[in-house]
Design a protein around this ligand. Structure first.
Ligand code: HEC
Ligand code: HEC
Length: 396
């Protein structure tokens, strides 16, 4: 493997296209080794231990398991298994959308908890009915299901790395600089840099698993022990057939295992236009937010430990102007969204948080706010350069 004197942003940029050149004399800190990823979507890392492979398989089973009422499904829920939404292949996305709502009151966002906000559960078991956007809501936004490939790597990036990246962006490209999403890690009570979800609202895969088990499926678990009150009416929970804690944490651990060990999307073919397009991507400022490479910290899983990987995102929040979804969540404002990772984008048919774009062009042209400069430069590209840029995106 090539060596770099220091892992700077330019080193990471070059790592993505070529490799770093000869090491600075006398400096020996090695660039992290490359990944042992798999050749197809939906597979685990290829270099897992036998015990890790078993955890992946058990995790995948649990992820695909369709929950029933006697296992705690509901009273209100969105779907009965993780894989109903995260599929094609398992761990991906079917494009299933869900709805969040709220209202702006005296200039401040109100998630309308007392009416079941901000996330809607659109189905109910037995006599329960799915929630709807209530009459008083002034904001209603849709979010599509995101694919989960490679997220174990994202989970393994130290908070400090994301904080430093934000500082670096503020110093080198202030107009497009991102902000770390500050969230609370329930397990430790610590403030952590969020990185999962369209608003980077969740800090770890473990926490997202518990959150999704409750908020997508209605299965209570140790970190999320309270059922959602249907449309905010907690008296209805008197009819909940499973008022006890539904999962003792085993399910949550298994989902986490599956996602942690799920390999990132394999890169497509790299042709000459792809290489040219990669240069244009950096030149017109796309790479300011869609950071080509990040590095994980130490992990007990060797496949994830100190690895450079290429998500094409900084996982920071950016003010996207009119592209924001209007929902205030954690430290994310109405207009701030997390830079969407572009790995695997060639396999996707619905783009942007609400799936409004069905082509790469449309997704780019919807960039506003801090993304407007890059969008305008994209629009001014010659047809040849635009072709190369799109070929590059189609190689991710
Ligand atoms: C009804 C469909 C649905 C179900 C069921 C569902 N999800 Fe999701 N998932 C989504 C949507 C929509 C998002 C984006 C949510 C957001 O950002 O607000 C998402 C996002 C995620 C993310 C964040 C990924 C990223 O890109 O940062 C993780 C992790 C996740 N889901 C795990 C799970 C697990 C584990 C389960 C099962 C316990 C599950 N999901 C069940 C729809 C679903
Ligand atoms: C200021 C930061 C920023 C810049 C600069 C930027 N993007 Fe984005 N990009 C984002 C954010 C944030 C999103 C997610 C938007 C949303 O929530 O819908 C996104 C989404 C996307 C998507 C859709 C991905 C998906 O999963 O739906 C594509 C494609 C994309 N960007 C390509 C580009 C290209 C090409 C450029 C350069 C012309 C660019 N972006 C410049 C921040 C940026």
């Amino acid at each position: 493997m090539p060596h770099c004197s220091r892992i700077t942003r330019s080193a990471l940029l070059s790592l993505w296209l070529t490799a770093c050149e000869s090491p600075t004399p006398g400096v020996t800190s090695p660039l992290p080794p490359t990944l042992s990823a798999s050749a197809t979507h939906g597979e685990p890392f290829t270099n897992l231990t036998a015990a890790e492979s078993d955890r992946f398989i058990a995790g995948k089973d649990e992820f695909e398991e369709v929950e029933a009422i006697d296992a705690g499904l509901g009273p209100i829920f969105n779907d009965a298994s993780c894989a109903t939404c995260h599929d094609e292949p398992v761990g991906g996305t079917t494009g299933r959308k869900e709805t969040r709502f709220g209202r702006v009151l005296n200039g401040a966002f109100d998630p309308m908890f007392e009416l079941g906000g901000s996330l809607i559960q659109d189905r109910g078991i037995e006599s329960f009915t799915g929630e709807v956007v209530p009459a008083g809501a002034t904001v209603s936004a849709q979010r599509i299901t995101t694919p989960l490939f490679g997220l174990g790597l994202v989970d393994a990036v130290p908070d400090e790395e994301l904080r430093q990246l934000a500082q670096l962006e503020a110093a080198t490209s202030p107009a497009t600089a991102g902000t770390p999403s500050m969230t609370r890690e329930i397990r430790t009570g610590r403030t952590r840099v969020g990185r999962f979800g369209w608003k980077a609202q969740v800090p770890t895969l473990h926490q997202f698993s518990g959150d999704a088990y409750l908020n997508e499926m209605g299965i209570t678990n140790p970190e999320f022990p309270d059922e959602n009150c249907p449309q905010g009416d907690c008296s209805l929970l008197a009819h909940n057939p499973r008022p006890d804690l539904n999962d003792d944490g085993t399910g949550v651990t298994r989902f986490t295992d599956f996602m942690t060990l799920l390999a990132p999307p394999p890169r497509g073919e790299i042709s000459l236009p792809v290489l040219t397009g990669g240069g244009i991507f950096a030149n017109i400022g796309c790479a300011n937010c869609h950071t080509p490479a990040l590095v994980t910290g130490k992990s007990p899983v060797a496949a994830l430990s100190r690895k450079a990987f290429q998500p094409f995102a900084d996982f920071l929040l950016h003010d996207m102007g009119s592209l924001g979804d209007g929902i205030v969540q954690g430290s994310a404002t109405a207009r701030q969204m997390r830079t969407a990772p572009l790995w695997g984008v060639r396999t996707r048919s619905l783009l942007l948080h609400d799936g409004r774009a069905t082509s790469l062009d449309a997704a780019i042209l919807a960039h506003d706010g801090q993304g407007k400069g890059a969008r305008d430069r994209f629009q001014r590209l010659s047809s040849r350069d635009r072709f190369a840029l799109l070929q590059f995106l189609k190689s991710l």
